[in-house]
Write a protein that binds this ligand. Sequence first.
Ligand SMILES: [Zn+2]
Length: 280
Amino acid sequence: MIQYAKEEGFAIPQMNVNGLIWIEGVLNAAENQQSPIIIGTTDKNIEYLGGYQFILDTIKNKVRTMQITVPVLVHLDHGLSVENCKCAVDAGYDSVMFDGSKLSIEENIKLTKEVVEYAHANAVIVEGEVGAVGGEEDGLIGQVRYADIDDCIALVEQTNIDTLAPALGSVHGKYQGEPNLGFDEMKIIGSKVDIPLVLHGASGISNVDLQHAISLGHAKINFNTEINISWTNQLRETLNESEDLFNPQEIIKPSIHAIEKTAEKIIKTCGSNNQNKVFT
Ligand SMILES: [Zn+2]
């Protein structure tokens, strides 16, 4: 699915979920836009989401009961250890990311390889990361560290990963100032690496830059902050409208709509709308 997107010059959005209403909002958006979709659950939040098996089953159940017809991949975002990635594989995830970006490249290769061997034996795909995405995501704080081109090639060749996230200036959470993506490095990596690239921290990057990244081989783009901001803004607005409001459904419903609308906008930016037909 992601390889096809790369060949066709669009990207499949990964949207991270923070609870049931995110799952519903994102699935509705994907169905409305007839877009294949990747639902991400970040490893740091797994306990909050109810555990690997619970959240996986919940997403798959929702796909079934909402009669979703577009392909939905469930992905473990920023897997914190080999063990955690294996737990997600065992639970039935379609894709896992092993985040070895804080390790030496040798150690990153060694552990990523372990994840790949286990995942591929269970028909699960694996995303690897080189360099460091900046900012804060779910309590993970870090500085931008540009991916080394030789490290990217080594990780891909020696581990047999399916997708590669080379950190090239993007940031998790809100950007301080203008995002500064390393398009020169992106071009080289895109030409030397055959597998689809993944862009993390896409919220706040301009549409022009996202299109540029897609043209240089990015076929999976991760969104989280943008959706959460639109959800929060709507929730705040609803609560400010009336101090008498206490019915949870009345309070939350408009914010589900906000998630859905933002997700639809993201799908159109990635060009994955109406790309469902080839998969069915
Ligand atoms: Zn990320």
